[in-house]
Design a protein around this ligand. Sequence first.
Ligand SMILES: O=C([S-])c1cc(C(=O)S)c[n+]([C@@H]2O[C@H](COP(=O)(O)O)[C@@H](O)[C@H]2O)c1
Ligand code: NI
Length: 403
Amino acid sequence: MTRHAWIDASAGIAGDMLLGALLDAGASLGAVQSAVDAVSGGTVRIRTREVTRGGLRALKAEVEPLADDPPHRTWHDIRGLLKNADKATAVFRRLAEAEGRVHGIEAGDVHFHEVGALDAIADVVGCCAALDDLGVTTVSAGPVALGSGTVRSRHGRLPVPAPAVAELAKGWQVSAGGDGELATPTGLALLRAFARACEPLPSMTLDLVGVGAGARDLAGHANVVRVLVGMAEGGTATEPEKTEQTAVLLETNVDDLDPRLWPGILAGLLHRGASDAWLVPIVMKKGRPAHTLSVLCPPALADTLREQIFRDTSTLGIRHSPYGKVALDRGFADVTVGDTRVVVKVAHRDGVILQVMPEFEDVAALARRQDRPERLVLQDALAAALDAGLVVGAELAVHLRPS
Ligand SMILES: O=C([S-])c1cc(C(=O)S)c[n+]([C@@H]2O[C@H](COP(=O)(O)O)[C@@H](O)[C@H]2O)c1
Ligand code: NI
């Protein structure tokens, strides 16, 4: 049984529309604001107001800047701001990759204009936090209306669907659905990063409905995104939150690749959102030493990662199988070692801490700076976590940033 959210983007989708719908469905504005503050340093305030769109009541989410903000950011800048916000990073990675393909540059060099502004970061981080707050573990969505005509942007006048939208929509069922820009790059990136499949409303016990407003009140249709949340596969919304997820395992046997390429291939797959990627040495037909490459990923990423494996290895075919996956809830806290901040990942279930692990990159960086062995810095970081109340078996009393 999973707590499922189904997104109705039949009138289009934008970041603020989805955020409005999730808040309207009952996500806590406080939880959303805290998550956004953690990334933006308190430079924006999220407000909501009720409006009507095509005669329907809807919630409009608005992001109010509280400080001057440089309008342009690269994907590298944004990744730095997002730090450990995994879901939000996955959304921006999609945006960067789509922009990179559209403009013929590396994703890391993509210079965001509108989408790099703090309000887009707030929309993305806010939507991730809202889904967490609603206890949603799986998401799917229906076909998306993209619009038609042209739209003004910093690139000048763009055809609709905008190039980045068209790129992000690959593999999804779409239609024009009306005049003007109905789906934005940020909206599409959110939908594609969250949703496991394009499907009609799945069978579920419906619990919450949220309606998020777009900026304009359009003639002909209500400019809204709807989110329907419930327990999928016949469950009821009063059951305790579960953490069962669906995952896809991609596998292939390779016997003819220069072995020096494997570390980069594994790193690239993880960078693009694989939950895990590993190699197992095998002996293949004709006694050939070879490797099985295994990649575990959310269903929504399977196509992209499969393409990457075809691109980066010499394989001729890739197996895939659906897997159930039960993951512990997790979040991040900061501890101080000496005068340095170290991020600690905390896994928990039913309010009890089950795992506490300092992020090894932080530990290794500190060890280099202090010229001390990593194992001793790791001990210090674990001791600092203990001091901060992050104790395995103890009740979770510390506020964690969402993963
Ligand atoms: O910011 C960039 S680079 C950008 C690229 C494109 C391309 O399709 S390429 C389009 N746009 C337009 O910006 C606005 C805002 O988009 P959000 O996702 O931030 O809501 C929208 O009209 C896009 O079509 C921006
Ligand atoms: Ni662009």
